[in-house]
Design a protein around this ligand. Sequence first.
Ligand SMILES: C[S@@+](CC[C@H](N)C(=O)[O-])C[C@H]1O[C@@H](n2cnc3c(N)ncnc32)[C@H](O)[C@@H]1O
Length: 482
Amino acid sequence: MSVRPEQQGEGPPPYKYIERNEFSYRKHKKQKEEDIAICVCQYDPKDPDSACGEQCLNVLTSTECTPGYCPCGDLCKNQRFQKCKYARSRLFKTEGRGWGLLADENIKAGQFVIEYCGEVISCKEAKRRSQSYEVEGLKDAFIISLNTFESIDATKKGSLARFINHSCQPNCETRKWNVLGEVRVGIFAKQDILSGTELAYDYNFEWYGGAKVRCLCGATCCSGFLGAKSRGFQEATYLWEDDDDRYSVENVPLYDSEDDEPTSKFLKAIVVSKDNTVAEREIEDLMRSTDDLETVMLSEAKPISVPPLNSVQMELNDGNSEKQVDISFFPQVAQKKFTQKSSTISRIRIKGSPQYSNGKSKNHARKQLNVRLIGERLSSKEACDELLAYEEVKNSASVQLNNLYDEIRPAIEEHERDSQDSVSTTVAEKWIQASCCKLKAEFDLYASIIENISCTPRRARDDAMTEAEGTGNDIKYLENGH
Ligand SMILES: C[S@@+](CC[C@H](N)C(=O)[O-])C[C@H]1O[C@@H](n2cnc3c(N)ncnc32)[C@H](O)[C@@H]1O
């Protein structure tokens, strides 16, 4: 294993330094001649930017020029990944977050900082490796998503980009570029960065399980944990109850990335007691006794307080969310559409239906109507049949919506991870349609129950309501309606 000189001695654990992605499970794609995008730039000695600067059609579509084809020849400035045109940076030891990377020169907003290099692996292999790293006790995550099917693993082989830490208020961002037919991930400056400042980007960390790592970025807008914004984290943390806007958080084992021991220090919770009094308490207290609590909610108003990063300057950004570049088309040449999306770091778990530590799945909280029982209490068989028919439609609409959720979940997750402006229209339309069908089916069923009960002689109706109350059904709301 080769290690760069500055990493010897007191340096980080060994890894192989590479400046090109390595392909083990498949070959590097060979760019076909007809796929090569040729720009129309013409070098003007009075304007150095003319040789494939910001206005170059390839630059505008996040595609590097192909050597030998670019009209600007050796003067082409749009081969930064290929020529490793990195900004100068150096490693340093952080407090609590392992190693990090500092700018070793002033960096301009938009500048290419470094490529995130590693081994290109399939998503299946990424899941396998991620689990085995976790079993090995490796706490730092180095797997970054490349696209739906592939990831880059910089755990054992990578560039210095593998040392860039996460910040909820980052000065850098990831961008994907098309380089000689392969997608590559670059770290770009979001703002001017002074020499000596720590480089950081938002990991958009996907959390699928395991320890919840406390984020120590020190930003005022810090979300508290790596992956706190991800669906997996939120589903595992909050137990949403249907028909109830209260929610609760489980007792969460917390890990500092530097510690081995779970910690709950700093974490506050808003507690709503049974008598509806609201108080702020330490999670530690809650862990000792939760008997008197009805609702426990992580406080958003008071995020975990961490000491500011005093060893580095973290610059404030303008507060905008991560910039996204629209899909661009390059009409002049046969150019495939290319999305410039950010990448995410993840600790991947094989996904199943969302499960909570108490063994409940998300839908278990839903109350069930005993339609058959209500139907049996109605005066006419037609009314009963009508209710059962509506129930069947409602059930099948629910099944369809659930199936659709499983089908489109990867797309929704990708959308959330990559902060896309919108989920694809077809997915969104399908989802809206299925949701509407389910809502309509539910409405029809409830309307039919109301209608048939109101037309039912008083004794039968009272019986129906008594039976339904006995089963804890939603029929109670009819009492208010009549
Ligand atoms: C890609 S590595 C970054 C380099 C790492 N610090 C090292 O020493 O090799 C990502 C890991 O660094 C740690 N890390 C990065 N940013 C962090 C943050 N803001 N708070 C806590 N830990 C962080 C976490 O352990 C994470 O899994």
